[in-house]
Design a binder for this molecule. Structure first.
Ligand SMILES: Cc1ncc(COP(=O)(O)O)c(C=O)c1O
Length: 420
């Protein structure tokens, strides 16, 4: 069965390491020597609680998460967090500044728009706050304004594009836009006193000063693919597990403790009431098991994280991932010169390490490319339905060898399309 597996370049759910899948298969029958399978065991059993604690420790140690931040496990995916971040951060702001949002003053939510997923987050923020007096969703930067046609997401906007408000309840960005293949570079600075010189890195130096910033980042499709510099400068980092680290169902949150607030006290001040499962306090007070967590997803993610550590952790994966993406962008570039491919995002303007998107030029050429890939045992390369084209997702479980196979095929395809 394992020998029938193909190379999976899918954007998520996506490839997982075969060794982990084999280990998980054994765990489905007998988890941690308990005699009970992982899908059958109580989430309050000592075996599962110990595993959950170890998984948290893996994330804390590998990403260097400081004690100012809690690591929480929950469900609801990225989409659940589009709502949760708005509700929890508005509650926090209401408790900090109870008189804002009334008598003509505003409470703002700042969003940086770089692709479909940040746009989806903006849409949810607008939906939730539409009838809240004094709350305004502000688009702090819109990457489309810097695109060739003025309507596409094809890169990270330059720093001149950003206008943050003074005291927002939330500042939001998506670190890697899975659909559009646009990703922020790692920041080169360590403190706000230094201006960020890399125009594709998040402009920390432009953020409002003198407060604990409500900076929220969606890391769903890049989590654990490389270290997260300036992690401590974020209020919340969240990620669905189903790209780099496990099956769908698990959402990981790294939350600064001042963002874990009494949402019921805030609701009395006029903030939105927060459903318990979306309340960070409910999850934190219940130590990530206030209700039944996605036990199996936690298990697989924990196994993936342990394997990651044994292989050298995020620093090592960063080296490998960098080589992987470079080789694919090079092949896209070669195809571009020969009129066969058209890159959608310039690698230097925020081309994603995780999702490389490009088009195959010519009548029926995309179909030929996908068919040839499939014949060679490579699947999941079709671009997102909203944008079309090709998307090669190079998550942690996609090896250099597998990436090499894709690159070789891209080169063969260029040759075959340019003959005659
Ligand atoms: C960057 C990003 N954010 C959010 C989401 C939505 O996540 P979910 O499907 O888990 O709700 C996705 C899904 O692919 C994503 O890639």
């Amino acid at each position: 069965m394992a020998s029938e597996r193909v190379t999976n370049f899918s954007a998520g759910p996506s490839a997982l390491p075969p060794s982990v899948l084999e280990e998980a298969t054994a765990g489905l029958l007998n988890f941690a020597g308990s005699g009970i399978g992982i899908a059958e065991i109580s989430h309050r059993s000592k075996e599962f609680l110990a595993f959950l604690e170890e998984t948290e420790k893996e994330i804390r140690e590998q990403l260097d998460v400081p004690s100012t931040h809690k690591i929480l496990f929950t469900q609801g995916g990225g989409t659940g967090q589009f709502s949760a971040v708005v509700m929890n951060m508005l509650a926090r702001h209401a408790l900090l500044y109870p008189n804002l949002g009334v008598a003509g003053s505003e409470r703002t939510l700042d969003y940086v728009l770089t692709g479909s997923w940040s746009a989806a987050a903006v849409k949810e923020a607008n939906r939730l706050t539409a009838n809240l007096p004094g709350v305004r969703v502000n688009v702090a930067a819109d990457a489309r304004a810097y695109s060739k046609d003025g309507t596409s997401y094809e890169g990270i906007p330059p720093h001149e594009a950003y206008t943050f408000t003074n005291n927002p309840a939330l500042i939001y960005y998506c670190e890697n836009e899975t659909v559009n293949g646009v990703q922020f570079s790692k920041p080169t600075t360590t403190s706000d006193d230094q201006p960020e010189t890399d125009q594709t890195a998040f402009p920390f130096h432009l953020l409002p000063k003198g407060q604990l910033l409500p900076l929220v980042a969606d890391f769903s499709s890049s989590f654990m693919s490389r270290p997260i510099p300036r992690l401590a400068d974020h209020a919340i980092i969240y990620a669905g597990a189903q790209k780099n680290i496990g099956p769908a169902g698990l959402t990981i949150l790294i939350v600064r403790q001042d963002c874990i607030v009494d949402v019921d006290a805030a609701a009395k001040l006029g903030a939105l009431p927060v459903p318990a499962v979306l309340s960070y306090k409910y999850i934190a007070d219940g130590k990530s098991v206030p209700n039944t967590p996605p036990v199996f997803s936690v298990y697989v993610a924990g196994l993936v994280l342990k394997r990651m550590r044994s292989l050298g952790g995020p620093e090592k994966f960063e080296e490998v991932n960098e080589r992987k993406k470079k080789s694919v962008y090079e092949a896209v570039g070669e195809g571009e010169k020969r009129g066969v491919f058209r890159g959608k995002v310039d690698e230097k303007r925020g081309g994603s390490w995780m999702n490389v998107v490009f088009e195959v030029v010519g009548d029926g050429a995309e179909g030929r490319f996908l068919k040839g890939a499939e014949e060679r045992g490579m699947k999941g390369l079709k671009g997102h339905r909203s944008v079309g084209g090709i998307r090669a997702s190079l998550y942690n479980a996609v090896t250099e060898e597998e990436t090499g196979k894709l690159v070789q095929y891209m080169r063969e395809f260029i040759e075959s399309e340019t003959q005659a």
